[in-house]
Design a binder for this molecule. Structure first.
Ligand SMILES: Cc1ncc(COP(=O)(O)O)c(C=O)c1O
Length: 385
């Protein structure tokens, strides 16, 4: 039924394939996500969002194990029935304190949080203003809501302001990623904040999936820009990236959280996360609160990798974050470049349309990378030119 469509994608170099990580066929367990084994070959992994190397942290693994001594693995029901545990409410308290908001709510994934919260917050008659490069889960959340959607040019606060003045809706919601996952640039959060503050009945919804654990000493984009988490700001963050765990949270005012508990369909109609996952997420936040050097190490690696690649003569789309998107050429050239990196045991895949408009090699740097890993990355870029 889809044979010709698949052939067509393959012909254009756009066919996606899953490459599952293996279980150390070389006999050695893989110590962190900075290493990856695919089809029996080991690579240095520059394609993981485990920015702080916490996915393999003993503290986090220990927290997960301890919770299994108390609660079964599966949650068995949604939070509103019997699926929640004291670990869930404790994690919400930890997030509330960490983000300095009135309250927080745990979701099963960032995708689920965006889809269900945007459609719950934006009602018929409201207008959503969404950055053109927002994550697919935001796009899907907008599609699902009954509100009018206006897409504004990427990071363009002036045009957004003009577009907002044209709309007469009772309520407006501005939505933006904080770090854009494919270009690696940071949204103009201060400009969005000032604009939203100046227009009554406007919510600012920030997807801090890549900012959590990375920006603002780990506290996220608002802390990075020295901004207060006002009641009209809703922050989404994931436990699945820098925090090395799984799931997501919404942090905001008590009123917003109570509304989501009652209306966010992904929260109401989905089984709760296992307690061990939730316990691991709380331990991850505790870890970065207690040891500032973890986030600092990420930024040290980011600077070295970014400077090394730029000095080798490559064009990096944005140099401000651990997501280093390097423009190489058209789809075929970018795919060939990724393959050349792979021959040198560097795993940094080509990202192609429709995920992005223009192909690029996307390198994500982690604090778990060693100095030698970063050196190998830079040398591989030089050699693959
Ligand atoms: C900006 C952004 N938002 C949301 C998500 C979804 O998060 P999760 O992987 O937890 O579903 C991602 C992850 O790909 C992301 O990059």
């Amino acid at each position: 039924m889809f044979h010709n469509d698949l052939k067509n994608l393959d012909y254009k170099g756009l066919l996606r394939k899953i490459s599952d990580r293996g279980i150390a066929s070389c006999g050695q367990p893989i110590p962190s996500l900075a290493r990856i084994e695919i089809s029996g070959e080991q690579y240095i992994n520059f394609a993981s969002n485990d920015y702080l190397g916490l996915a393999a942290s003993p503290t986090i693994l220990e927290a997960a194990k301890k919770s299994l001594e108390v609660f079964p693995f599966g949650a068995g029901a949604s939070r509103l029935l019997s699926g929640g545990t004291t670990f869930h409410s404790e994690l919400e308290e930890v997030v509330t304190r960490f983000k300095k908001t009135g309250a927080a709510l745990v979701f099963n994934s960032g995708y689920q949080a965006n889809v269900s919260c945007i459609s719950a917050l934006a009602r018929e008659g409201d207008v959503i203003f969404s950055d053109e490069l927002n994550h697919a889960s935001i796009v899907d959340g907008c599609r699902l809501s009954r509100a009018k959607k206006v897409v504004y040019p990427h990071g363009d606060v002036d045009t957004l302001s003009t577009l907002m003045q044209k709309e007469r809706a009772a309520r407006k919601i501005v939505i933006s990623d904080t770090i854009f996952s494919m270009d690696g640039d940071i949204a103009p959060v201060s400009g969005l904040y000032t604009l939203c503050e100046s227009i009554p009945d406007t919510l600012l919804y920030l997807d801090d999936a890549h900012g959590t654990g990375v920006l603002g000493g780990g506290h996220g984009a608002l802390a990075h820009f020295n901004l207060k988490p006002e009641p009209w700001i809703v922050q989404m963050g994931t436990f699945s990236k820098a925090l090395g765990s799984f799931g997501a949270f919404i942090a905001g005012s008590r009123e917003v959280i109570d509304w989501l508990v009652n209306t966010a369909r992904g929260f109401i109609y989905s089984t709760a996360l296992p307690a061990c996952v939730v316990a691991a997420s709380a331990a991850a936040i505790g870890t970065i609160e207690n040891d500032k050097s973890i986030v600092e190490r990420l930024w040290r690696n980011q600077r070295r990798a970014m400077e090394g690649i730029a000095n080798a003569g490559f064009y990096i789309i944005c140099k401000d974050t651990p997501i280093i998107a390097v423009s190489i050429g058209d789809i075929a050239i970018t795919l060939a470049f990724s393959e050349k990196l792979r021959q040198r045991h560097i795993y940094a895949p080509a990202i192609r349309p429709p995920t992005v408009k223009t192909p690029r090699i996307r390198v994500t740097v982690s604090g778990a990378h060693t100095d030698e890993d970063i050196e190998a990355l830079i040398n591989a870029f030089r050699a693959a030119r």
